[in-house]
Write a protein that binds this ligand. Structure first.
Ligand code: NAD
Length: 501
């Protein structure tokens, strides 16, 4: 039996529980049906129905928010060392079930196993990293003044809502949920409707590892129903959101009446700028990796290639050769580099840009779908483009790269910054002074020089402009999930102004 067949056999064993009972909501440690019945989850690989999913609405969100509110004091007051131990156990339990998480995620989202096996382990790493911060998270400063000993401390903000998208959903959920739990918050998680399986595995794993019931609650449902209700719920103190920029605006609007604190990680149209003095072989590898890995369904993908016109012809020729060789196939085949797009709606969106490009520019590679069995598309490269075109301005969120030439550093910078977004930027040059100058003026929350995106958990992650508000990572995560508190203690009998005497 080949590796693909073996993986399929294992997947079928793992899917058994979902086929039998569907994906249930989880509230206060109990499986709960959706108050609006069920919706169905389908696999983008062959369009087959995977299982029923609880269809939660405002009533289910209300139950989950109440559960999170009831569990809050207990979790907040659990000694830090104990909470740390529990979060480490969650990390270990994720590692123990990494294969199950990876296979289910691939089947649910169409992502290739070669990337998703690492995503499950990165989820465990997120728990481990934030577990190690639990003990210091509430520490503060003492800021002595002439009459007072002023001290600060941090306290968890309360029950929070976490709303996640369908791209690498397990890893992204842990990226939000782990720091929230480490801070001492309780959570209501609303996963994306297109990727419910691993969100269910996460709450199951966390409770089995010792997370008390009600500390993490999971409600499946649609954004405009369950997601909206979560943003509006008065018991929920903050919303950590990852998704599209236009949904981010709705999150802010929906939370206005209850004065929600929002953390928004949104879309991108990220530039990779390749100057003619760069190490072109490494730049080529990185350009390809950052748009064609993870199906290009990645917020940090470098979807705009800004290429120095002196090397453009040669670089694009090499690009075409490599892009045409990228292996599109079954996500559970270890050789596969690109799997199908997540669902029909997204497939229609991505393929619509093939028609747009045909009118606006040149399709140098791909630009076609692959068969009708699943939502497969060929990795695609658009050339002869300029930055005013829709293919250069709109987030396509698929394995689709738009190449735009430039002739001077100033022109490259102007093109790079001429976008509504500002999540990441990638700069390839061997001129250090240019790199310093360029990165200083590049409008992006995260920039890598002579490197693809290599995540380091203590560094700040987030975007500027329409790519988001707020930062994750290191202590920045705790700034969001905790409140700063100041207490001043009089150190003597200082003079208090006397009124009404
Ligand atoms: P989406 O905005 O459509 O959905 C994300 C989540 O929001 C889902 O759970 C959805 O149900 C929910 N939602 C939708 N409408 C809502 C509403 N009115 N109120 C509350 N919740 C609502 O995004 P998507 O299509 O699932 O994901 C892809 C997008 O996510 C891309 O734009 C991508 O760039 C972005 N993304 C950003 C980052 C980042 O870190 N900046 C990371 C991953 C993905």
């Amino acid at each position: 039996m080949g590796a693909l067949e073996q993986n399929l056999e294992k997947l079928n064993r793992y899917l058994d529980q979902f086929k039998k009972s569907g994906v249930m909501n989880r509230v206060a440690g109990n499986d709960v049906a959706g108050s609006a019945g069920v919706f169905q989850s389908t696999s983008p690989v062959d369009k087959s129905i995977i299982c029923d999913v609880a269809h939660g609405t405002a009533a289910d969100i209300d139950a989950a928010a109440n559960s999170a509110a009831q569990a809050f004091a207990g979790w907040r007051d659990t000694p830090a060392t104990e909470r740390r131990k529990i979060l480490i156990s969650v990390a270990e339990a994720i590692e123990a079930r990494a294969e199950e998480i990876a296979l289910c995620e691939c089947w649910d989202t169409g992502q290739a196993l070669r990337f998703m096996s690492k995503a499950a382990l990165r989820g465990a790493e997120n728990f481990r990293y934030f577990a190690d911060q639990v003990v210091q998270a509430r520490d503060g400063q003492h800021l002595k003044s002439p009459t007072l000993m002023n001290v600060t401390s941090r306290v968890p903000i309360g029950p929070v809502g976490v709303i996640t998208p369908w791209n690498t959903p397990f890893m992204l959920s842990t990226w939000k949920i782990a720091p929230a739990l480490a801070a001492g918050c309780t959570v209501v998680h609303k996963p994306a409707e297109s990727s419910p399986l691993t969100a269910r595995l996460l709450v199951e794993i966390a409770e089995e590892a010792g997370l008390p019931p009600g500390v993490l609650n999971t409600i499946n449902g649609f954004g405009e129903e369950a997601g909206k209700a979560l943003c509006e719920h008065p018991l929920i103190k903050a919303i950590a959101f990852v998704g599209e920029s236009r949904t981010g605006s709705l999150i802010v609007r929906q939370g206005a009446d209850t004065l929600k604190r929002n953390h928004l990680e949104l879309g991108g149209k990220n530039p990779v700028i390749v100057f003619d003095d760069a190490d072109l072989e490494r730049a080529l590898d990185a350009v390809i990796f950052m748009i064609y890995s993870i199906n290009g369904e990645r917020c940090t993908s470098s979807s705009r290639l800004l290429i120095h016109n002196t090397i453009r012809e040669e670089f694009e020729a090499k690009l075409v050769e490599r892009v045409n060789k990228i292996k599109v196939g079954h996500p559970l085949d270890p050789a596969t580099e690109i799997g199908p797009l997540v669902n029909e709606e997204h497939y229609n969106k991505v393929t619509s840009y093939f028609d747009i490009a045909r009118e606006e520019a040149t399709i140098a590679a791909g630009g076609e779908s692959l068969g009708d069995d699943g939502y497969f598309v060929k990795p695609t490269l658009f050339t002869n483009a300029n930055n005013t075109m829709r293919i250069a301005r709109e987030e396509i969120f698929g394995p689709v790269l738009t190449s735009i030439p430039f002739s001077t550093e100033d022109e490259a910078l102007a093109i790079a910054n001429d976008t509504a977004y500002g999540l990441t930027g990638y700069v390839w040059t061997s001129d250090l002074t240019r790199a310093l100058r360029f990165t200083d003026r590049l409008e992006a929350g995260m920039i890598w020089v002579n490197s693809e995106n290599v995540r380091h958990l203590p560094t700040p992650f987030g975007g500027v402009k329409s790519s988001g508000i707020g930062r994750d990572g290191g202590d920045w995560s705790f700034d969001f999930y905790m409140e700063q508190k100041h207490i001043g203690f009089a150190t003597g009998q200082h003079k208090i102004a006397r009124l009404g005497t």
